[in-house]
Design a binder for this molecule. Structure first.
Ligand SMILES: *Cc1c(COP(=O)(O)O)cnc(C)c1O
Length: 441
């Protein structure tokens, strides 16, 4: 039983308090009221009854947070494609293109020479065909949408064969069997978790089969007594193959593990290939479908295609990123800069950071691609390691600070991996750390 003397104040009582009135003047009365409702609901759920001043502090913080919007953060985690931190940062040219498209009118769906209606993605599609050798291309909102759309357009009320070793959850409740059900396709599992053979697929094929789906294990690895069928072999079974390569490595790049499929190779075997725009492609959130013209056209005409089309900002950013790939400048993409920056340079910057923070030292470690890319593939790195008695508390202060900093916590130490930090931010990072540590205790 909660103590009846410590009941939570009412929404109106809180709204009348001075801090709430000041916040209302800055952020809007309705916003503060909604923040109060949210904070009170949260307190009821946790059966907490803090004093009114504390409730008001939370309310004002929440209203300010919502009003200021997204906060840029320094990513010192060493996870290059950090889904919770927005995956791939865009190169300056793409960010500029997106911002200019956002602020004005653009020739999104019109041919400038004839004035006739055009297709919004026809520029990006040409670049994608040129870069991968695919017959046709289609751009949608994200890879989940690409999958959903392809299944709905090609396999509704039909069977889709998937190896049991590839029935994945990608994260955030995104599970292949659920996508399959929602698209109206019927999942048929073939083989076993660790071993699936070509004959397993052959036996499962019938007049009801619409598609074979091959999914790249992008966030896990099956090791040990295993066998999987290469999509190239599946192509010979007489049923269209959709290969979800996930991380969107556009073409073979030296140093990237051979298990990571490249789009240029995948389109040679599978009728359809799909991947994300904001993983190894280094662009904005998007889903890219490549493949045989007649399959892509069927997908393009499906009503869901209209529901998952991309906006002008995404289109502008994607075109700029593909232009970098087309002109041999992918190394300028922040994702690839982070993945390929020399160990010596990361070590030098980590040493400078350790020098600038009392008690810090350098330590060897591993950076990871993350975001469902290159599973189990760590890039050797050097971190600045800072012992802190209350490491979780210090990390929380860093996240809440300005600039906001995200790092790794390992036992009673904070680890800062500069691989994912823009060198222009090194000084600000050192200052933020010194400040957060000075607050301790
Ligand atoms: C990341 C990933 C997805 C989901 O892509 P989004 O662009 O985040 O929708 C789907 N399949 C695979 C194999 C992935 O790695």
């Amino acid at each position: 039983m909660p103590d009846p003397r410590r009941r939570l104040p009412s929404v109106d009582a809180l709204l009348r308090a001075a801090p709430a009135r000041r916040a209302a003047a800055r952020f809007g009365r309705e916003v503060v009221k909604e923040a109060i409702r949210e904070v009170l609901a949260d307190l009821r759920r946790t059966r907490a009854t803090p004093p009114a001043e504390e409730i008001l502090t939370r309310v004002v913080h929440r209203a300010a947070q919502a009003s200021f919007g997204l906060t840029t953060v320094i990513n010192a985690t060493g996870v290059v494609l950090h889904t919770n931190l927005g995956r791939a940062p865009l190169p300056a040219s793409a960010a500029r293109a997106a911002s200019e498209a956002a602020a004005g009118y653009v020739d999104l769906e019109v041919e400038r020479d004839t004035g006739r209606r055009g297709r919004r993605a026809d520029r990006a599609e040409l670049l994608l065909r040129a870069l991968t050798g695919a017959e046709a291309a289609l751009v949608v909102n994200n890879n989940a949408a690409a999958l959903m759309l392809a299944l709905a357009a090609l396999a509704r009320r039909k069977e889709v064969l998937v190896s049991r070793g590839e029935l994945i959850e990608i994260g955030g409740e995104f599970r292949l069997p659920d996508i399959m059900r929602a698209s109206g396709a019927k999942l048929v599992e073939v083989g076993t978790t660790n071993r699936t053979r070509l004959s397993d697929y052959e036996r499962a094929i019938s007049g009801r089969t619409g598609l074979i789906l091959a999914v790249h294990p992008s966030n896990y690895r099956v090791v040990g007594f295993t066998h999987a069928v290469a999509p190239a072999e599946l192509a010979g079974l007489g049923v269209p193959v959709l290969h979800d390569i996930g991380s969107g490595l556009l073409r073979r790049i030296r140093g990237v593990p051979a298990e990571e499929p490249a789009a240029t190779e995948a389109v040679r075997h599978a009728g359809l290939v799909c991947f994300s725009g904001d993983k190894l492609l280094g662009g904005p959130q998007a889903g890219i479908l490549l493949g045989r013209a007649e399959l892509i056209e069927k997908i393009r005409r499906h009503p869901i295609a209209r529901a998952v089309r991309v906006d002008k900002m995404t289109m502008a950013a994607l075109e700029a990123v593909l232009h970098l790939w087309a002109t041999g400048r992918h190394a300028e993409l922040p994702v690839w800069r982070a993945l390929t920056v020399t160990q010596a340079s990361v070590r030098r910057r980590a040493a400078a950071l350790a020098e600038a923070v009392p008690g810090a030292a350098t330590a060897r470690g591993e950076s990871v691609a993350g975001g469902g890319s290159l599973p189990g593939y760590g890039v050797p790195t050097t971190t600045a390691r800072i012992p802190a008695p209350d490491a979780e508390g210090a990390a929380a202060r860093l996240r809440g600070g300005s600039p906001s900093v995200f790092c790794r916590v390992e036992g009673d130490a904070l680890l800062f991996d500069l691989r994912t930090v823009d060198p222009a931010d090194d000084e600000r990072l050192a200052r933020a750390i010194r400040y957060a540590l000075a607050q301790e205790g």
